[in-house]
Design a protein around this ligand. Structure first.
Ligand code: CP
Length: 305
């Protein structure tokens, strides 16, 4: 494929190739005296972000620089979008400056697919509304593979705001593709009705879900995407679905704890869990650079120009 718009559309072979390529780049990143390869030195990549980001934006920029690409960054908040310029005009103007690939985050579901249809550049989706966040799902699955040896057969529960989460949808698609068993857990108001059709289990009791799983991925409550009246209060949410050390230590086995970030400490996860030895949260962030290098490198190979 020329673009990466979502996990939907990828095959098992695609994901395995991304992981094998990421393994090679991780070896490079682990050698401080190298850390950089010339693979994409002829490529110019624009990172265009219409929504805030810390990890994804910096991780893509580092991945691009480690591959020796030329990089330009665009934040919509400080751009001429505020003067009424459309998405297509904005991107076509950036492309006129001889940019080859666009990494885009946008608050609306489908924005990356829309852009791929209307401009002549390779598009990488860095998160589109509540739809997909494919590189997050890839780095999450890669981190499970690294910690547990394999993803196939592992039991993964995704806890929290499933309804508004692009991380949840992309994770479900990616984990299922790789042969994991997937469960979602959260309040009824935050679990969409269609979720069963994706072949996942649903559990409304956190303790039962944690006792079932090998890995728990704790999601943030996406206050920016939801109507407050449908939502249990944050205090209620924390009481029922917050992961704390007492619960973690009371489980029959030692589970792995993940979080895509940003963390709201004390809401969905307490600090002593986030910072515990069972947490692989910062490994996820570290792996994000190698996985994004792999994605960009493989996509660049699909560029006919
Ligand atoms: N996990 C993630 O997408 O974080 P950012 O919003 O900071 O990019």
């Amino acid at each position: 494929t020329r673009h990466l718009l979502g996990i939907k559309g990828l095959t098992l072979q695609d994901v395995e190739l991304i992981f094998e390529t990421a393994d090679r780049f991780k070896d490079v990143l682990n050698q401080p005296q190298i850390r950089k390869v010339p693979s994409l030195r002829d490529l110019t990549i624009a990172n265009i972000f219409f929504e805030n980001s810390t990890r994804t934006r910096l991780s893509f920029e580092l991945a691009e620089k480690r591959l020796s690409a030329d990089v330009v960054n665009f934040a919509a908040s400080s751009s001429s979008v505020s003067k009424g310029e459309t998405l297509i005009d904005t991107v076509n103007n950036i492309l006129a400056m001889k940019v080859d690939m666009v990494v885009m985050r946008h608050p609306y579901a489908g924005a990356a697919t829309f852009l791929a249809k209307h401009v002549k550049a390779q598009i990488v989706n860095a998160g589109d509304g509540a739809h997909e966040h494919p590189t997050q799902a890839l780095l999450d699955a890669y981190s499970i593979r690294e910690k547990h040896g394999d993803v196939a057969g592992k039991k993964v529960v995704i806890v929290g705001d499933i309804l508004h989460s692009r991380v949840a949808l992309s994770n479900i698609l990616c984990l299922k593709l790789l042969g994991a068993e997937v469960m979602v857990c959260g309040p009824t108001t935050l679990i969409p009705k269609y979720i069963g059709a994706l072949g996942v289990k649903v559990e409304y009791n956190l303790r039962k879900a944690l006792n079932w799983c090998d890995v728990a991925n704790m999601l943030r409550i996406q206050l920016e995407r939801q109507d407050i009246k449908y939502f249990p209060s944050l205090r209620e949410y924390t009481m029922l679905y917050g992961l704390n050390k007492q619960i973690l230590d009371s489980l029959d086995k030692e589970i792995t704890v993940m979080h895509p970030g940003p963390i709201n400490r004390g809401v969905e996860i307490t600090s002593d869990v986030a910072d515990s030895k069972q947490s692989i949260i910062l490994d996820q962030v570290e792996n994000g650079v190698a996985v994004r290098m792999a994605v960009l490198y493989l996509l660049a190979g699909q560029n006919p120009s």
